[in-house]
Design a protein around this ligand. Structure first.
Ligand code: FAD
Length: 653
């Protein structure tokens, strides 16, 4: 069994981070430059970490598979980033952001981490504004805010519908400055394919240059993975097509535990699937729920009608009806499941019946079209480009889609995995979000990890390492890692099967969506584990190789990524099967509130809301690789102890 120490500092919650920083060891400036740190990834988490570590004086090497660090998937983030600034004077505070995030995560996140996140949130905005990130401003010049799901205050900072892009440009500028002055060595087109562990410590990586096919070894005193989320295991998702799990999956196979793999966020406002040819789904930002109202027809027979012909009284604004306190701003898991319910009842709209309306008619009447255009113009334009429909005149059609993964490599309070020297940041770690990420909290976490947490906590580890002691790349562990990468490429490239990696990916995605998507059951998950196991075996013998093993070959890249997705999909199903409760983004049909439950009768929750089982499942599931893909992984549990917040039934009514 793995040894898991969460290393949560002692003391009152609100003082833990300050005390921890004070009691942590420091490394003097002259010694910092003797330590080399590898950072894989240059999204918000990786760029901010690389730039900040280099500013501190460490020798940083940054690796990305993209052709430029600024192409990371973080550019896609639209809606905004939370911070407890309370500029609106509407009752926000660090404690309220902490509380909302713990509650939003359905009491499955670590209290201490979440409190730190809320504290640091205020620094992030200052840091980014100082970098020149063009946050939206009010008439008087102060930064503007809008509301996001799961909160009754306005605390989301934004830059139109391009917040991620603008934040990434800020972090990328900081990174470029350090590349320019030699503090960071940037390795683009470089895909990490293995982690090197020497005497139990992470000491390097093996990468393949995607342009030349060259495979190289790199050693360091510590390795940081900031490689993003793995939602593309579902094939169709709102992620960039290139987002994948390879870096963290290979680290898992080297001994890093995988935390809560089944927790998946399904976002309620995406453009519905339109056909089998699609490779990607498009998010319509949650910020649209500030002014858009969600509805379906009350009667099934109205579903095919033009929405303009459905009278106001014949519309069911179901979120406003079911969750009156939060209405259209109910958290994502709740809004997504509610859309599923109304569509399952046969009241979905559009050709497939898997869609609901997001309607701006009332806001346009109240605010005027110009105001709505000013707030969301680029989102409306994007919707028009994809659907050829004008959402100023007719409601948008939306449906839930996979959007974010809350699981990832297990890390302690210092963001270090159970392999000493391996740190994991941003969406790649199992994160501070528990079972459900609220909107605008991923950007906050990635930048908190990269700008503020890791730069402080990495010293705790490096102070235990003798400066100048990192191993050379000719040792046995490096040789073995490179050989295993070469063996995989050799095996795939000599395969003469009939199916492309893409066809396996599509099949996996359909299995995952059907059995491990918005609703999960014991029998469905057992079936999925069996079917994915069969798929894994078929993949070994029947994958078709196109092109050459040397040089640029996207078929080869996909072959590796899909192999990892298949194995990860199986782990996700095992995790979902083990977790015999419902919480946030994990909904087991067997565990939901029914009309007989007192909480329903007292009006706290609705029939069909998730039912947690705190007495048995208030833990982080940290899965450990058992040595072979067909061996059942080992489950480690980190208990979740709540000192400040009382676990209670999550209610948004
Ligand atoms: C459409 C969309 C909209 C969103 N909107 C919001 C929002 O409004 N607010 C919010 O808070 N969150 C939002 N999110 C979530 C948020 O954008 C992401 O969680 C966050 O940006 C992830 O940042 P990251 O740095 O962890 O990873 P990423 O930005 O995904 O970066 C990963 C990096 O790792 C590199 N990499 C990966 N694997 C390897 C490998 N094997 N070898 C080398 N390099 C590798 C990539 O090249 C890349 O540089 C949104 C997500 C989507 C999909």
């Amino acid at each position: 069994m793995a040894t898991l120490h969460s290393n949560i500092p002692a003391g009152p919650l609100s003082q833990k981070w300050e005390k921890h920083k004070f009691s942590s060891k420091l490394i003097n400036p002259a010694n910092k430059r003797k330590f080399k740190v590898i950072v894989v990834g240059a999204g918000l988490a990786g760029s901010s970490a690389s730039a900040t570590l280099a500013e501190l004086g460490y020798e940083v090497h940054n690796f990305v598979f993209h052709d430029s660090p600024r192409r990371a998937h973080s550019v896609a983030a639209q809606g905004g980033i939370n911070a407890a600034k309370n500029y609106q004077n509407d009752g926000d505070s660090v404690h309220r952001l902490f509380y909302d995030t713990i509650k939003g995560g359905d009491y499955r996140a670590r209290e201490a981490n979440v409190h730190r996140l809320a504290e640091v949130s205020v620094n992030i905005i200052d840091q980014c504004a100082a970098q020149g990130v063009p946050f939206a401003r009010e008439y008087g010049g102060l930064l503007d805010n809008r509301s996001f799901g799961g909160a009754q205050v306005s605390r989301t900072f934004y830059a139109r519908g391009q917040t991620g892009q603008q934040l990434l440009l800020g972090a990328y500028s900081a990174l470029n400055k350090m590349i320019g002055n030699g503090g960071v060595k940037s390795h683009t087109h470089s895909e990490m394919l293995d982690l090197v562990v020497v005497d139990g410590h992470a000491k390097g990586i093996v990468v393949r240059n995607l342009q030349t096919g060259e495979i190289t070894r790199h050693s360091a005193d510590a390795v940081v993975l900031a490689t993003g989320g793995y939602g593309n295991v579902f094939n169709l998702s709102t992620y960039a097509r290139g987002s994948n799990t390879t870096a963290i999956w290979r680290a898992y196979k080297r001994g890093a535990c995988f935390g809560n793999p089944c927790y998946t966020q399904i976002h309620p406002t995406c453009i519905p699937v339109s056909g089998d040819y699609q490779s990607k789904l498009t998010l319509m930002s949650e910020s649209l729920r500030n002014d858009g109202r969600i509805w379906v027809p009350k009667r099934k027979e109205d579903c095919k009608k033009n929405p303009a012909d459905i009278a106001e009284g014949d519309r069911d604004y179901y979120l406003e009806r079911m969750y009156s306190a939060f209405g259209n701003l109910a958290p994502r898991d709740i809004a997504s499941r509610a859309a599923k319910y109304v569509c399952d009842e046969g009241r979905g709209i559009g050709d497939t019946g898997l869609g609901v309306y997001l309607d701006f008619g009332e806001s346009i009447r109240r605010l005027g079209e110009d105001k709505v255009r000013e707030r969301y113009g680029n989102l409306f334009a994007m919707y028009h480009e994809i659907t050829n429909e004008d959402a100023y005149k007719t409601p948008m059609r939306i449906y839930p889609a996979v959007h974010y993964t809350m699981g990832g490599l297990w890390v302690d309070y210092n963001l270090m995995s159970n392999i000493p020297g391996l740190f994991v940041l941003g969406e790649a770690n199992f994160s501070d979000h528990g079972a459900n990420r609220l909107g605008a909290s991923a950007l906050m976490q990635g930048l908190s990890d990269g700008y503020f947490v890791l730069p402080s906590t990495i010293a705790t580890y490096l102070s235990t390492v003798k400066a100048g002691s990192r191993p050379g790349t000719d040792g046995a562990a490096f040789r073995e890692a490179e050989e295993s990468v070469r063996a995989f490429i050799q095996r795939v490239s000599s395969g003469n099967g009939k199916r492309t990696p893409d066809s396996f990916h599509k099949q996996l995605g359909k299995l995952m969506w059907e059995y491990c998507g918005m609703a999960r059951t014991e029998s469905g998950l057992k079936k999925a584990i069996q079917l994915i196991g069969d798929l894994r075996e078929e993949y070994r013998t029947n994958v078709k190789f196109l092109g050459a093993a040397e040089g640029w070959n996207q078929s080869l890249e996909k072959a590796g990524r899909v192999a990892d997705f298949i194995e990860l999909g199986e782990l996700m199903c095992r995790d979902a099967l083990m977790r015999e409760e419902s919480c946030g983004g994990h909904f087991r049909e067997e565990y939901q509130y029914t009309a007989a439950d007192p909480e329903v009768q007292q009006g706290i929750v609705n029939v069909g809301d998730v039912k947690r089982r705190d007495d048995q499942f208030a833990f982080v599931a940290a899965w450990e690789y058992a040595g072979a893909p067909d061996k059942a992984p080992i489950l480690n549990k980190e208990p979740l102890v709540y000192e400040e917040v009382k676990m209670s039934t999550r209610s948004y009514k």
